[in-house]
Design a binder for this molecule. Sequence first.
Ligand SMILES: C[S@@+](CC[C@H](N)C(=O)[O-])C[C@H]1O[C@@H](n2cnc3c(N)ncnc32)[C@H](O)[C@@H]1O
Length: 367
Amino acid sequence: MTASISSENIFKMCPCAGDKTYGESPLELINYYESLPKNRYGDLLRIMAIPYLYHATEAINDSATDAIEAYSKAVTDLLSYVKTTDVSGLKSILELAQGSDEFEQLEEQVETHTGQHYGNLFKGFSDHSYFNEAKELLKTRLERNGIEIENLKNKTVLDQGCGGGRYTVAWSLLGAKECTGVDLSDIGLEDATKRVEAAKIKNVSFVKSTVLNLPFEDDTFDIVYSNGVLHHTTDWKLGIAEQIRVLKPGGFGWQYLIENPGGIQWDSIEILRVITRNVNKNFARTVMKLLGIPANRIFFMLDHVMVPINDRLTPMEIENELILNGAKNIKRLERGADFDGIEKIYNKIPFAEQKFGVGENRFIFTK
Ligand SMILES: C[S@@+](CC[C@H](N)C(=O)[O-])C[C@H]1O[C@@H](n2cnc3c(N)ncnc32)[C@H](O)[C@@H]1O
């Protein structure tokens, strides 16, 4: 049995339910899901809200209509949909998913819990997503922002919070000399090691450690890259201090942290975080697989929805912290890959701010 949630905690986890950006619809939706039984039927309905809201949000993001109006309607539509679901049709999915929720032994410790969550998601990546997509994303984000790293073939890279190591490998494929990935996730590191060995990549290695106390001397690496990690830790500020500590003077830092405000994209994630907060993650992954959703989409959808800590930060908060720790030449990137919010803001798509807030916080700097 799971405890119900107070309105105060709903508003803390999901400010848009309290500030009425979308009227009453988010709170009504959350309250309806709260009233559903806390069993596998109830959880199946909660999981089905994830692709529903993701697809709705993406459709709005691709349209030219007022995003706030359209999103309020999408939330109301989801409520009608869930109220009228014919649960008898869900029996076969439940039968096929049977057993998937019995093996989850999530550790109490937040880091281990987060590591297991991501390790399991990364494991599902195809070789194409793992090797090609990550390299292309990194390359595009560097090129579109005019970032040229001179003499990359002589540079050492640390990937702070590498997960399954896709970007550690991407740096190697782009030509870096030696690339080290650090993460706490046993599942992620095991998968990373297997993939690198199978691909016979020699200049990539992995170390198990917290990113909040890196096992390296000061001034060790030419590049310290951190992509979407510190907002899931207990102390993102300490993570920035560690990043800069191990960076060589003159070295290049990259820090990506999620944004506040974040538009309907992040409001949607926060609604889903409340609704699915007690749902078994293995069960969620299995159900989404049974629904025919590809692994990289499952990763994309469950990434922030099911992770214990998901702190969103304003550009100013991050910049201040970088300055405080001695970073120089700080620049917030204005461009990204095609699907990045920041790229859509750059291209001035209609209602970009309603959709993406300030866009991804990707900072580069030197030490
Ligand atoms: C969203 S994933 C990002 C992984 C990778 N940077 C990428 O972009 O593919 C977040 C990663 O942070 C790791 N993580 C979270 N807290 C950590 C900590 N305190 N120390 C080390 N790794 C941590 C998780 O295990 C997970 O692999």
